[in-house]
Design a protein around this ligand. Structure first.
Ligand SMILES: CCCCC/C=C/C(=O)SCCNC(=O)CCNC(=O)[C@H](O)C(C)(C)COP(=O)(O)OP(=O)(O)OC[C@H]1O[C@@H](n2cnc3c(N)ncnc32)[C@H](O)[C@@H]1OP(=O)(O)O
Length: 329
């Protein structure tokens, strides 16, 4: 793995500054999300990093530094010579997409996006057998209205960041990926899944009484078509890898121990395409969906808050949580 732009000594010397920068970034992102002006505050804060004589560290250095922080939920390995970053999700036990995770994720993607030398992003999991268990149900259960709002804004932002990324994004799905985990991988350009029949991927929400947002339905329809989306979402279907491949929910299956290597090889092929042509084409394909979703973003927020805070929804989530916990006991 390439040492970053600077030397290890420099990395050590700037370590605590980068950590401080990161913690402030998190606060800035949360505040910005609250203010509904997406990431502009964060971006201006980041640029102020360099204009006020402070040491400005690169995104990956910050991400690497986070591994030494108390609760790193992501590990980012950036290879300067290939221009590819591998983002390992490490939010035990099941990489649930909590507010903390989503905030960290958005910052990391934003920073890689701003680094012109980073052209490709591979998303994978450090947790055994699970890519991501989807949205953290604890963030949707028994919370205050403003907490629901903050969480949902982070969910929307995660999706927008990934779906509209200029980078080539590949999901290396090395475990089960229900619900929000599936959404995350669907936002990437290409999906490679471990060929293990114990793993599942899909959208099981209706099974426990909740409904995916309209933008999730839109994004899924563009990938697997109206009929497959209808069946999956209405019945709350989770697919084993070979069925997921059949309906186009994933693009390729490989033996479990080759998921990351295959993702890396695939990335090389994608990066051989001239960036500008690929990016313009990606935007041409995705912009209509993004525009549509941006135009209903606030309505989607109100709908989420109203739905999630209903007593009946909360009751169903409580029952589901209990069921998940009992499964272990
Ligand atoms: C209203 C709008 C909603 C928007 C759409 C919502 C989207 C979502 O993403 S909702 C979340 C849906 N996700 C799921 O239903 C997945 C539930 N989890 C599982 O099926 C499994 O955990 C697994 C297949 C992902 C992994 O199985 P396994 O390795 O056997 O791990 P355990 O089931 O024993 O789980 C360990 C531990 O983690 C807790 N947990 C699991 N998933 C979640 C989650 N999504 N959020 C929060 N916590 C979760 C589980 O309860 C266990 O907890 P402990 O018993 O306390 O250790």
């Amino acid at each position: 793995m390439d040492a970053y732009k600077s030397s290890v000594d420099f990395a050590e010397a700037t370590a605590f500054l980068s950590h401080a920068c990161y913690e402030q970034d998190k606060m800035a992102l949360r505040a910005t999300l609250k203010n509904k002006s997406i990431l502009s505050g964060l971006l201006s804060r980041l640029s102020s990093c360099s204009s006020h004589g402070r040491v400005c560290v690169s995104p990956v250095l910050v991400a690497q530094r986070r591994n030494n922080s108390t609760s790193p939920k992501l590990k980012v390995d950036f290879n300067q010579s290939t221009g590819v970053a591998v983002m390992h999700m490490q939010n035990p036990p099941v990489n649930s997409l909590s507010l903390g995770f989503l905030t960290e994720f958005c910052i990391a993607v934003e920073k890689l996006e701003m680094d012109k030398s980073c052209r490709g992003l591979i998303l994978t999991s450090s947790q055994p057998k699970v890519f991501s268990a989807g949205l953290d149900i604890m963030d949707m259960y028994g919370k205050k209205l403003e907490q629901y709002e903050e969480f949902w804004r982070a969910v929307q932002e995660m999706w927008l960041k990934l779906y509209s990324s200029n980078m080539v994004t590949i999901a290396a799905i090395n475990g089960s990926s229900p619900a929000g985990g599936c959404l995350m991988s669907l936002s990437c350009d290409y999906r490679i899944m471990a060929d293990n029949p114990r793993y599942s991927i899909g959208f099981n929400e209706t099974q426990f009484g909740i409904v995916v947002p309209v933008w999730c339905k839109e994004a899924m329809t563009t990938i697997v078509g109206h009929r497959n989306t209808e069946l999956t979402l209405e019945l709350g279907l989770l697919y084993n890898p070979s069925d997921a491949l059949k309906i186009g929910l994933v693009d390729q299956l490989v033996p479990e121990d080759q998921v990351l290597a295959t993702a890396t090889k695939t990335m090389t092929k994608w990066l051989a395409i001239p960036d500008h042509a690929r990016r313009i084409t990606k935007s041409m394909m995705r912009k209509p969906t993004i525009d549509k979703i941006m135009s209903i973003r606030e309505a989607d927020m109100q709908q989420y808050i109203s739905f999630i805070s209903k007593d009946s929804t909360q009751k169903m989530l409580g029952t589901y949580l209990e069921m998940l916990k009992k499964k272990r006991g």
